[in-house]
Ligand binder design. Structure first.
Ligand code: ZN
Ligand code: ZN
Length: 213
């Protein structure tokens, strides 16, 4: 499996370039900003980008979608419940005083528990709302990797003070969809360093006590 990441934009977001070494088919997950740097990373991997998939529609995860669609002519996929927020990104940007180009067109919705084939890779969508509406994580079981978006971070969880956020829903998502994965599963989050399911089960302060485990 090819799995490269790059930190982009003022929110220090992790964009992932994922693909299959043999077929060279790839996808870009959460291109948040800096399309030129992302395209250079893609070039380095030698992957043919066949899709752009989004964990959720916050501004820091979608800012480079339009220029990359122009570059690769590929479809954009996300969960249907994330689309209203995508349409509001220009308003978010204005309120935050940051620049935002055009809202990308969504080509297809990703269902819960859908398997997205990227060459021989099989990315299963895990429905994990609570940080944002329609939030998805993407799990490649045979590689033991989950791209967790802003649901679960090393030592923390996603913020819940933005529209559609709920700590109760978020902790429920983490407990039901992420913690059951094998302990050695690598977590590739939307911000900050990589971690593992076992590490977070043991040390993440948001996941201790309260009968959660
Ligand atoms: Zn977010
Ligand atoms: Zn984020």
């Amino acid at each position: 499996m090819i799995l490269e990441s790059i930190i982009v934009g003022p929110f220090q977001e992790n964009c992932y370039v994922v693909g299959d070494e043999e077929s060279k088919v790839g996808t870009v997950v959460d291109p948040g900003e800096e399309p030129t740097r992302i395209a250079l990373l893609v070039e380095k991997t030698g992957l043919e980008i066949a899709s752009i998939i989004l964990t959720h529609a916050h501004i820091d995860h979608v800012g480079a979608v339009v220029p990359l669609v122009e570059e690769y002519g590929c479809p954009v996929l996300l969960h249907s419940e994330a689309e209203p927020m995508l349409q509001q990104v220009p308003t978010q940007a204005m309120m935050m005083g940051v620049k935002f180009g055009r809202v990308p067109t969504v080509d297809r919705y990703i269902a819960e528990d859908e398997v997205l084939e990227v060459g021989s890779l099989r990315l299963r969508s895990l429905y994990t709302p609570g940080h944002a509406p329609g939030h998805l994580a993407f799990y490649e079981e045979s590689e033991g990797v989950v791209i967790s978006g802003d649901a679960l971070f090393a030592g923390s969880v996603g913020r819940v003070d933005l529209p559609g956020g709920s700590m109760e829903v978020l902790l429920g998502s983490i407990q039901s969809r992420l913690l059951p994965l094998p302990d050695e599963t690598r977590i590739c989050p939307g911000h900050g360093p990589e971690t593992t399911i076992g590490q977070e089960k043991t040390y993440n302060p948001f996941l201790q006590g309260g009968g959660l485990l």
